[in-house]
Write a protein that binds this ligand. Sequence first.
Ligand code: ZN
Ligand code: ZN
Ligand code: FE
Length: 763
Amino acid sequence: MERRVIAVKGTVQGVGFRPFVYALATDLSLNGFVNNQVGGVHIEVEGEADSLDRFVRRLGTESPPLAHIEAISWEAGETRGEENFRIQGSASERGGAVVITPDAATCDACLRELFDPRDRRCGYAFLNCTNCGPRLTIVTGAPYDRERTTMASFKMCTACRAEYEDPANRRFHAQPVACPACGPQLQLVAADGTAIPAENSIEHTAQALLAGKIVAIKGLGGFHLACDATDPNAVAELRRRKRRDEKPFAVMVADIPAVLALCECTRTEQELLASWRRPIVLLRKRPHGELAEGLAPGNPRLGVMLPYTPLHHLLMCAVGGRPLVMTSGNSSDEPIAYEQADAVGRLRSIADLFLSHNRPIHLRCDDSVTRVVAGQESLIRRSRGLAPQPITLPVACPIPLLAVGGQLKATFALGRGQQAIVSHHVGDLDHYQAYLAFERDIGLFEQLFATHPAGVVHDLHPDYASTGYALRRCHAMGLKNIAVQHHHAHMASCMAEHGLQGSVIGVTFDGTGYGTDGAVWGGEFLIGGYQHFTRAAHLRYVALPGGDAAAREPWRMALVHLLDSETRCLPFEQRHAASQRHIIERMIERKFNTPLTSSAGRLFDAVAALAGVADRVSYEGQAAMALEWAATSSAASGSYPFSMDQACDGPEQPLLIDTRPMIRAIVADVANGEGPPVIARRFHTTLVTMIANICAKLRQRTGLERVVLSGGVFMNALLAQEAAARLHADGFDVHQHHVVPPNDGGLSFGQLAVAASRMGGAA
Ligand code: ZN
Ligand code: ZN
Ligand code: FE
């Protein structure tokens, strides 16, 4: 007979961990107790040494799906002759760091009940258990219990309460537990806001969808707009009403076999699709599929997800497995609608019908978007299913911090100790509605996580809405404000993901970020660590006529580069009238609204327009994507020349990368009738060579061998893969993003890492 005192650290509260421990102890005939403690779970068990060993081993290997164990440690204790195993009350839960888990997709056990005619929850759209269901989106306060969720107004029936209080039940302390007798109900609402009485709301909705209608459906973190993904008219109509020109729509597909019929999908991609996080995964479309081409026009990829709520499963079943468009319930780039009155108000001109319900969503949360590059996950948007899972910082925050991120693809992050709690996707703060959501959600996070920032970290850009918020708040409340340069934050976010210390070479390529000299940076080679950086090399400056507006008109950048290279491109000139070109030329001459830029994103735009792939686009990054796809359809076939110059002021000045030789060579290729795929391929190879050459030069100069690749341009899978492979072959230690996106969605995390380090937090 022995006794062990065991500490389990990690995300183990509110995820069914104590019932799991109870079941495990009972199974092995061990006695003792379990309770929650700050940062984890405390267990004391006694029994045969052999069983105790097995107990500790199985704690690690069989833990519930939503648990995330960081460490298990134990020491011997005095045996007490206990007679049973108990789950103790949670007196110690208060006062500790609040942990809230992400929303989780319906688990297999619940799914079986959902379609089991003998089960009392058969066909019930809100069933869940400790292993699945809503979390972040329904929590209204801390600590996490029923009273502090949007389920508070639903009184549990006797049957549900019995399950909730039974430690052996998988619904033990499942806060959103409900059944048809006591829980939320579906509601059908017409576009004019009036309730539609229907025997079976799901069946009614399915019929509407199959008839080509557009339905707004309330999900976990907000409303989706849904239609039949195989119906070209419905898809075109949704695009028209949503005022969304070309941005792809995501599709919900019944199961993995159905996905395989529509798209190519590797093992890793299947695992991501089916994980409890249920992100949208970008897959390669199969040709001649049954899906409407208008879902993702001219795009070889498609965003696919599996059903993740009971409502989705019931609906997919009712439409006979027909793939459904499931796109964020908003108009153009506004934030996703999540409150019923607001949703009906904002979406009535888009949706013919609303499938809603009376379980309120407290915090909006868009779907996450991810994909697999070179066998590893590479996030595009970290949101539902991932937020607010803490990410470990390389350096602890000496005071509680709030990092407000950038302007586009905004996220914010709370820093407490060594944890970064990075928010869901908030959207583009250019839109006032998105900005309001940003302000509100920061307030909610601070309340939910009981964290009161003493410092606010922001971008250097004076005109970002997030910077304005940070400065106003610091001024009003006397908080410390810390400014972090955009590309430094990108570099730090990639370093922090990998726990790198010391100095690295940071290759940060993106569309735009405010530089320390006031220019628009974006093709940067930085050297440094969390605290400091120096700009070691960058793309040669060119004009950016119209500032940010240039991002939607790639042809402007082509013109800029032609002028800069003192060369002409006839096919380009034929597509763009002299009068039109003249306006831009005058803007450049007079430096009217024309800052200087070293943006790699804008270089992609210029080449896309020269190659004839995209002259105008409807969303940022579209031209670069078109160029990547064109390149992917060609085998490698050489590269273009470029040169590197040391600025005349000496070696402490950054190296300048001169792209004029490349532009002239591209113009020559165009004149020789080379098609877009070859030009695009050569351009990608040129960038890879450029990255390799500059990194080699910087290694020579500094001895640094570690490289991080960050910034939105590295969402380009071809460039990311080839650059990493080439650097690796050249003997570099290369790191890319897997935990936060390389784009501006990762900025808030990087800002925290920089600020914590500068404030001298302990590692
Ligand atoms: Zn479940
Ligand atoms: Zn009930
Ligand atoms: Fe950026």
